[in-house]
Ligand binder design. Structure first.
Ligand SMILES: [Zn+2]
Length: 348
């Protein structure tokens, strides 16, 4: 998810002191703000979010739709305060308050890491499984996204061992990608798509599966952005016999690295878990100091990895002529995003 801390100029921060809007924090901020996402409808100078969690816990938030063009330069400064400070503020409705914010902005080089398990039947075709290895400032990144990277590396290890033990290889190549800078507007995955596929450098992947915040419940299945692979993936789940289900998001989800693939018209999916955050207190840890290593649920991760490894092997062996065609272009996606503008139901 997006990292904006430190992006605001001091004059913008000063405007924040005028506080045009104070939100309760009881409604998920991401959902409330979508109406503000387009610069044409921005009527406030800044937004102050009161975090819904108690005990002084706060996570950073933003006030824009990450799916918008130009989303790396969000139009609306957003500041989060604790629930307790929010309670104090609510007693002073109508008052002008002043908030001092110390920000820093720095630039640094960063890199994606890519590994491949070569296919033997159709080596020039590939699947991607990826997870972002960065986290937000001030967070150890346990659930977000130590969990996803652990699952990525362990899936790679298991499949590699399977190749060695059986003397077999997946039918099509499997690429394991650890993305950087996801929290800074999906920059790592955007660069990966741009550098590998945008100009036809290599064939687009048949499917990219994104692992993000996997300590939010046992695996329930996969969620696709585009519908045409649903039948194929459900067939694989049915042969696995674990009751996993393939769904399609009603709108393109911009909450993590899968969106960089959607944008280019590439089939992508994220993992569907039983407890999305906000619906269960123990799945609420991300983007905050309390997202420590103990938030990683190892038992759940083992189940994720077992399912993902088996799914990848099955998908790698589906013959090309049985794989549903993907005719979606980046222009089609642009039109879809335009239709969905300001109507987003949820982000992840
Ligand atoms: Zn994440």
């Amino acid at each position: 998810m997006l990292f904006v801390w430190g992006r605001w100029r001091y004059d913008l921060v000063a405007i924040t002191a005028l506080l045009a809007v104070v939100l309760t924090g009881l409604v998920p901020a991401k959902e409330v703000f979508f109406g503000f996402a387009h610069p044409a409808v921005v009527t406030v100078a800044a937004v102050l979010v009161i975090d819904a969690k108690d005990g002084g816990r706060m996570e950073y938030r933003w006030g824009h739709d990450m799916r918008e063009d130009g989303f790396r330069d969000p139009p609306l400064p957003t500041v989060t305060i604790s629930r307790e400070h929010g309670a104090l503020l609510r007693k002073r409705v109508g008052a002008t308050i002043e908030i001092a914010i110390d920000t820093q902005f720095s630039e640094a080089p960063t890199a994606n890491v890519v590994a491949e398990l070569a296919g033997d039947l159709w080596p020039h075709e590939h699947l991607v499984i990826g997870a972002h290895h960065d986290t937000v400032f001030g967070s150890p990144g346990g659930n977000d996204n130590g969990s996803g990277v652990i699952a990525l590396i362990e899936t790679a290890r298991i499949l590699n061992e399977w190749c060695g033990a059986t003397g077999q290889a997946p039918g099509r190549t499997i690429r394991f990608v650890s993305f950087s800078a996801e929290e800074q507007s999906l920059q790592g995955s955007a660069a990966y798509v741009e550098d590998n596929y945008a100009a036809g450098q290599m064939p687009e992947p048949r499917l990219a599966i994104n692992l993000d915040e996997l300590s939010a419940g046992f695996i329930k299945g996969l969620v696709l952005g585009f519908p045409h692979l649903r039948g194929l993936i459900q067939q694989q789940f049915d042969t696995m016999g674990d009751g996993l289900v393939c769904h399609v998001m009603p709108q393109l989800d911009g909450g993590s690295d899968h969106f960089s693939f959607f944008r280019a018209g590439i089939d992508a999916a994220h993992v569907w878990r039983w407890r999305f955050h906000a619906s269960n207190p123990d799945a609420l840890f991300h983007h905050e100091a309390a997202d420590t290593a103990d938030k990683i649920n190892v038992r759940e991760l083992k189940e994720h990895v077992g399912c993902l490894a088996r799914l990848l092997l099955r998908l790698a062996d589906v013959p090309p002529d049985r794989w549903p065609r993907n005719d979606i272009t980046a222009a089609d996606v642009g039109r879809q995003l335009e239709r969905e503008r300001a109507g987003v139901a949820r982000s992840r």
